[in-house]
Design a protein around this ligand. Structure first.
Ligand SMILES: Nc1ncnc2c1ncn2[C@@H]1O[C@H](COP(=O)(O)OP(=O)(O)OP(=O)(O)O)[C@@H](O)[C@H]1O
Ligand SMILES: [Mg+2]
Length: 285
């Protein structure tokens, strides 16, 4: 679409000096024809993007692919209960210069991204303490600005500043996301790939793997998705990350051992592990 193309061209034309190394590598394969462009529309409209999906579904890869497409550095924040304002905005430190000491503010990822027009990736946004992130509210909505509480500086976001957050709903250690925070985002589901797109990912990642191994993994993946939908396996049993890892291992060992280490051993439940190995056994034959 023209309005997306134009904006991306203008982003691409900028140079980023020492930040070039924060420009990520692409490679995300979307699950259908619309998701990728629909997400780019929000980016171009300066709306914060929320990627919702299970572990190993490609959320981080998707954010990296936007960074690669726009040739824009990607600043990252990993949320945890001890994430605080300093980790987001930066901190004051004492510097010695010419025998004199003075206080300097070292800018954190949010301030840098806002000023330099980078993309900001906020991973596991529902792992942060509810009182930490409201500091970002004014940067995330139409105001696109914030007052740095440590320096008093008013920061107006660069026109290319953008936010992409990721969330695994319902996992241990996560809390429901604060409504006012969530309300500032446009939310997109990021599902595990299936069918043709999954096959495309395998052809790309493991061009040298034997056709039998690829068929085994793709059949197993499809079956796992079915069992997940039927509620017989937990969602992460079908994680694309684990399936890719299993394929990498299986090129050097018996595929049954590979899927045991990369997938089965990580399932919590003994009965799930058994069901999984039975399914794998069936497809191996
Ligand atoms: N749709 C996809 N396109 C390309 N690569 C994918 C896709 N889905 C998964 N992958 C690959 O699977 C691995 C895991 O992806 P990624 O780290 O982006 O997942 P995630 O959703 O961020 O997981 P987590 O919630 O655990 O952080 C990566 O190697 C990634 O390239
Ligand atoms: Mg991730």
């Amino acid at each position: 679409m023209a309005f997306i193309e134009e904006d991306i061209q203008s982003r691409k034309s900028r140079s980023h000096g020492g930040f070039e190394k924060l420009i990520a590598t692409g490679g995300y394969i979307p699950p259908d024809e619309t998701l990728w462009e629909d997400i780019l529309s929000a980016v171009v409209l300066r709306k914060p993007v929320l990627l919702k999906g299970p572990t190993g579904a490609g959320k981080t890869k998707l954010a990296e692919s936007i960074s690669a497409l726009c040739r824009q550095p990607l600043q990252s924040i990993n949320c945890s209960v001890d994430l605080d304002a300093e980790a987001l905005l930066g901190f004051k430190t004492l510097v010695q210069q010419g025998g004199e000491s003075r206080i300097e503010f070292i800018e954190g990822p949010v301030v840098t991204a806002m000023k330099q027009g980078h993309l900001l990736y906020i991973d596991e946004i529902n792992m942060a303490k509810p009182e930490t992130l409201p500091i970002l509210h004014s940067a995330l909505d139409h105001r696109r600005m914030m007052t740095n509480p440590f320096t008093g500086e008013v920061i107006l976001a660069h026109e290319d500043f953008g936010v992409i957050a990721a969330i695994n709903e319902g996992y241990i250690g996560t809390a429901p996301m604060n409504e006012a925070l969530k309300n500032r985002f446009i939310a997109y589901p990021v599902p595990y790939l299936t069918g043709r797109q999954l096959q495309e990912l395998w052809e790309r990642e493991y061009p040298g793997a034997s056709p039998e191994l690829k068929t085994f993994m793709l059949n197993l993946a499809a079956d796992l998705m079915k069992q997940v939908e039927n509620g017989l396996l937990s969602e992460e049993a079908a994680s694309i990350r684990s399936l890719l890892d299993a394929t990498a291992l299986a090129q050097h060992m018996d595929p049954m051992r590979a899927v045991r280490y990369a997938i089965a051993e990580k399932l919590e439940d003994e009965s799930e592990r058994e069901l999984f190995m039975d399914l794998a056994e069936t497809w191996k034959k």
